[in-house]
Design a protein around this ligand. Structure first.
Ligand code: A2P
Length: 338
């Protein structure tokens, strides 16, 4: 017995990573279907040694009914096709921004608010990549000391803007400095704007402001982001300064609190994107306690995995565990070993 799973946007930067992460996970997949636009018709991707054909996305296919569909083909595609799939009884895990701020739709980082998945069926929203790694680094501090203000500057990899963005970056590295995806040249440069501006704040910054509050279930957290694109292929970095309502006991306690977060790894030494690309953890370094209410840290994670595909597969796993008797092999071993 296994799940019928589909990936929509399977040829994209995140979609391909979803297939890879799914392959390495212990999720039992009995049938995998891959969807993209007509541009990809005829392409194949390998899953567990088998060549799987990429199909053109259609409403008819979405009506078929799947156990899980993972979407990463942009907000317009999600808006059109995800409700059709959900209507047919499929649990949709959507990586786009289409449904994230819809009040009835859970916005899930499993380590933080995975309990929302119990008894839930329909569309589940996967948060923005920069938000996921930041809240994973901070959620235990919020539990213990109540976060009040977060000032964050991001250093975001080009792959976060999709496959075409990586191609443009590589073209520029080779000497052609024209640009179409990014608003300026990105090779050998940094660009302090991600998405269009609304009231002086960029789309990416609005996502960090609103999604952080929804995931941490707090309307009072004020987030002050500056989101910046940097010439890094994979791996987002963030410089975070946060303030707490309650005084932090000591630097040691702060370090222990952050380290108690699931899937969080602390570093005494500096940590950089090339070192973490390809893994499934949030890496935290440069922890500083400036005063009893104010601390700083550096957070790095693979944006395609932790910030997108791995989070989506973790949602799938937890959803299936919470809503059936399924126990995955690694958990069974863990329980035995305790
Ligand atoms: P395709 O490769 O056929 O264009 P990225 O985020 O890396 O740009 O990837 C976007 C993904 O979404 C790709 O797999 C792309 O397929 C897919 N996609 C984009 N537009 C559509 C569409 N209208 N219908 C189906 N898939 C789409």
């Amino acid at each position: 017995m296994g799940f019928k799973v589909g990936v929509v946007g399977a040829t994209g930067a995140v979609g391909r990573t979803m297939v890879e992460v799914l392959e390495k996970s212990e999720v039992p997949v009995s049938e995998l279907r891959l969807f993209a636009s007509e541009r990809s018709a005829g392409q194949t991707l390998t899953f567990k040694g088998v060549q799987v054909k990429v199909e053109v996305l259609t409403e008819e296919a979405m009506r078929e009914g799947f156990d899980y569909l993972l979407f990463s083909a942009g907000a317009d595609v999600s808006r059109r096709y995800a409700p059709i799939a959900a209507q047919a009884g499929t649990t949709v895990i959507d990586n786009s921004s289409a449904f994230r701020m819809v009040p009835e739709i859970p916005l899930v980082v499993p380590e933080i608010n995975g309990k929302l998945l119990k008894g839930y069926h329909g569309i589940v929203a996967n948060p923005n990549c920069s938000t996921i790694q930041m809240v994973l680094a901070l959620y235990r501090v919020h539990d213990r000391y109540h976060l009040h203000e977060i000032f964050v500057s991001t250093y975001q990899a080009v792959s976060g803007a999709g496959h075409k963005a990586v191609v443009e970056y590589e073209r520029q590295l080779a000497g052609d400095t024209t640009h179409a995806v990014f608003p300026r040249q990105i090779a050998h440069n940094v660009i302090p704007l991600i998405g269009d501006l609304k009231d002086d704040i960029s789309q990416e910054e609005w996502k960090m402001i609103n999604e952080t509050r929804k995931i941490l279930n707090s309307r009072s957290i004020a987030v002050f982001p500056t989101t910046v694109r940097v010439p890094v292929r994979v791996g987002h970095s963030e410089s975070v300064v946060a303030r707490t309502l309650f005084p932090i006991m000591s630097k040691e306690d702060l370090v222990e609190t952050i380290a108690s977060g699931e899937d969080v790894i602390l570093h005494d030494d500096i940590v950089t994107p090339v070192e973490v690309a390809g893994d499934d953890y949030v890496h935290v370094g440069r922890i500083r306690l400036f005063d009893a209410h104010t601390f700083g840290l550096w957070v790095v994670a693979d944006n395609l995995r932790v910030g997108a595909a791995t989070n989506a597969v973790r949602i799938l796993k937890l959803h299936s565990q919470l809503n059936s008797d399924l126990v995955f092999e690694s958990e069974a071993t863990e329980v035995e070993g305790r």
